[in-house]
Design a binder for this molecule. Structure first.
Ligand code: 7PM
Length: 282
């Protein structure tokens, strides 16, 4: 059994868990804009949403205040702080769930950890100045994700000779940087970064070889509603539930410990069935 402590909460990562996306951005693509407008933030609505996600089966709530969508408006540090920290505080105070913070800013990481966040989820793999040091001092697990390029331009022309090898190599280097900065090896989660500087062929190859990443640490994957599903099935973003569930199941079956999703109850049902079938097998 592989129990990991996410701040005060222990999670058994030998079984797959749901991480629910709680988007604190005004951006209406996918599912932003529910609690945040250009002029105000509704913390109690965000807390009610988090509460229903917990009731639907989420073990983690991933709170994010910066849109990494290609072409999205960059957010100021103050804006990101204002969007993320009060929600992290409200959830840790009121709900029995691990709060993950989707940020690349060391200042947000520091304040979120001080408010009880249990996981630092950084799509930039702690490459901003000061991020490694803050993460080490916070002494909570981190998720390092692979991205080729920068959010603004990453989908322009992603290129790889050997996508699985190159993504593994990057994650290995960042994992070593984490260890060198004083982050405990057991506190490092790995994410190949589906859709971040990748074409469909690259995402497909990474999914086919997901098990190759298992020896690097517990795996977190985000496939929910991603544009790869849209292109492969010709579906708009609000018509990607079946595709998302199929890929969540495939990822869990191939070793993912945490699946980051928008549709919590549906994904929890899929993982529950998978668990039942696997446990009852001789
Ligand atoms: C636009 C582009 C909107 C991309 C939203 C996104 C991941 C993540 C995101 C992931 C980890 C989304 C993404 N994706 N963190 N944050 N892994 N660790 O589709 O795949 O939700 S944001």
């Amino acid at each position: 059994m592989s129990i990991l402590a996410f701040a005060s909460k222990q999670i058994d990562l030998s079984k797959p868990h749901v991480m629910a996306v709680l988007n604190m951005t005004p951006d209406s693509f996918s599912d932003g804009g529910k609690f945040v407008s250009e002029k105000s933030i509704d913390i109690s609505a965000a807390l009610r949403c988090a509460e229903s996600m917990v009731n639907e089966g989420a073990s983690f709530i991933d709170v994010g205040g910066e849109s990494t969508r290609p072409g999205a408006q960059p957010v100021s540090l103050q804006q990101e702080m204002d969007r993320v920290i009060p929600v992290v505080e409200a959830i840790t105070k009121n709900l029995d769930v691990v709060v993950s913070v989707d940020t690349s800013s060391p200042e947000v990481m520091r304040d979120a950890a001080a408010c009880g966040a249990g996981l630092l989820n950084d799509v930039r793999a702690l490459q901003r100045p000061g991020a490694l040091e803050v993460a080490a001092a916070a002494n909570i697990p981190v998720c390092i994700m692979h991205m080729q390029g920068l959010p603004e331009t990453m989908q322009e022309n992603p290129r790889y000779q050997d996508v699985v090898g190159e993504v593994k190599q990057f994650l290995q280097l960042r994992k070593q940087a984490c260890v060198d900065a004083g982050i405990a090896l057991h506190n490092i989660l790995i994410d190949p970064g589906f859709g971040f500087g990748k074409k469909d062929i690259h995402n497909i190859a990474l999914l086919q070889h997901l098990e190759d990443f298992k020896d690097m640490g517990p795996l977190l994957v985000g496939l929910s509603r991603k544009s790869m599903i849209g292109r492969l099935l010709d579906r708009d973003v609000d018509q990607r539930l079946a595709g998302s569930l199929a890929l969540a199941m495939l990822a869990a079956e191939n070793g993912a410990s945490i699946v980051r999703v928008h549709d919590v109850q549906e994904t929890a049902d899929v993982l529950k069935l998978l668990k039942i079938i696997k446990l009852s097998k001789n």
